[in-house]
Design a protein around this ligand. Structure first.
Ligand SMILES: NC(=O)c1ccc[n+]([C@@H]2O[C@H](COP(=O)([O-])OP(=O)(O)OC[C@H]3O[C@@H](n4cnc5c(N)ncnc54)[C@H](O)[C@@H]3O)[C@@H](O)[C@H]2O)c1
Length: 312
């Protein structure tokens, strides 16, 4: 099995690479290192099935065509512009990377009949009701990030319906764990854990009542790899939530255990905030036999351990 992972030097991508290598798959990575790093991949250098990193941009068609000279069975497309604030500051970049980049991947995949696993996001959904978000829940492009990710999904599915290309859209909920950055390009768990370790206040945007359904990254990688090898996933949109959400206030308290260190600050982009994100995994369980394994407390402890010992 030959698999290309775009964005494989990034946070989720490197865990997907690790999982694929543990299953003896031959893995190639394409990444422009705009938010990933070669350091995230060094531990794979000695593994025979790891075929290496091409440093290149998915929005450059000639680069994507060069990479697709290898015949891949599956392309797991994780590369994206991921920062909501950056998408508001520079929507053109979201358009170029998330839409043009995805088009380039799809057009090369079509020529070589390569299955595409598009990593979408829960950030395309409108706010959850108390029942949580299913794949049929309504969507709302609250920022150019989510708008461009939704457009990429639609484009990908058009290749399934229009050309019969096997395409699957996966929507993981907010993912956290080791290798996630602790700055604004990272995620709330790693930022709070870093603040906690450094003895700094944890800054909560807005009133902190907004909730997140937090998925541990190794569970996310397993979900993605199962979908990549599944016979049942073509043409499907599949969520990966944990079925539990937590407010940002409660998350901050869980991490630092001290109300005095929680500081509420003005939200940078309240208009693009989603008040309640709570996902289900029932479709993923039915189609892929997947369910999340890692409780939030355990995932936070693993993240803290990694930041303390390995993150520089
Ligand atoms: N982190 C989350 O909570 C989360 C949740 C759901 C979905 N997602 C999706 O998962 C995917 C990966 O997210 P992540 O959190 O690992 O982010 P990340 O930024 O760590 O990974 C993305 C990778 O893509 C690379 N990249 C960006 N632009 C590129 C380009 N033009 N050409 C080639 N490579 C490029 C970056 O260098 C980076 O290594 C994204 O598609 C994101 O939308 C993330």
């Amino acid at each position: 099995m030959n698999v290309l992972v775009t964005g494989g030097a990034g946070f989720i991508g490197r865990w997907v690479v690790k999982k694929l290598l543990s299953e003896n798959v031959n893995v190639w990575v394409l990444d422009n290192l705009s938010n990933g790093s070669e350091q995230n991949l060094v531990e794979f250098d000695q593994i025979n099935n790891y075929q290496g990193l091409t440093i290149g941009d998915i929005s450059d068609i000639s680069c994507v065509e060069r990479v697709f000279k290898t015949q891949f069975d599956v392309c797991i497309h994780t590369a994206a512009q991921i920062n909501v604030q950056e998408s508001l500051d520079n929507p053109h970049k979201s358009f170029r990377v998330n839409m043009v980049g995805t088009y380039n991947v799809l057009s090369c995949a079509l020529k070589s009949k390569t299955k595409v696993i598009l990593i979408g996001t829960c950030m395309v959904y409108d706010m959850a009701t108390s029942d949580g978000i299913s794949e049929l829940s309504s969507v709302k492009p609250a920022s150019p990030y989510s708008g461009s990710k939704l457009a990429a999904e639609e484009l990908a599915l058009s290749y399934y319906y229009g050309f019969g290309l096997p395409v699957t859209v996966l929507r993981p909920f907010n993912t956290y764990g080791p290798f996630q950055k602790t700055n604004m390009e990272g995620g709330v768990v790693s930022i709070f854990v870093q603040n906690h370790i450094a003895g700094e206040n944890l800054k909560v945007f807005g009133d902190g009542t907004q909730t997140r359904d937090l998925l541990y990254v190794e569970d996310c990688a397993e979900f993605i790899v199962r979908a990549a090898f599944s016979e049942n996933s073509a043409g499907e949109v599949i969520n990966a939530g944990t079925g539990r959400d937590i407010s940002i206030n409660d998350l901050a308290l869980l991490i630092c255990r001290d109300l005095n260190r929680i500081e509420h600050v003005k939200h940078h982009h309240p208009q693009s905030e989603i008040q309640k994100l709570l996902g289900s995994f029932s479709k993923a369980q039915k189609l892929l036999g997947w369910k999340p394994k890692t409780p939030l407390e355990e995932g936070i402890a693993k993240t803290e351990q990694w930041i303390k010992t390995d993150y520089s």
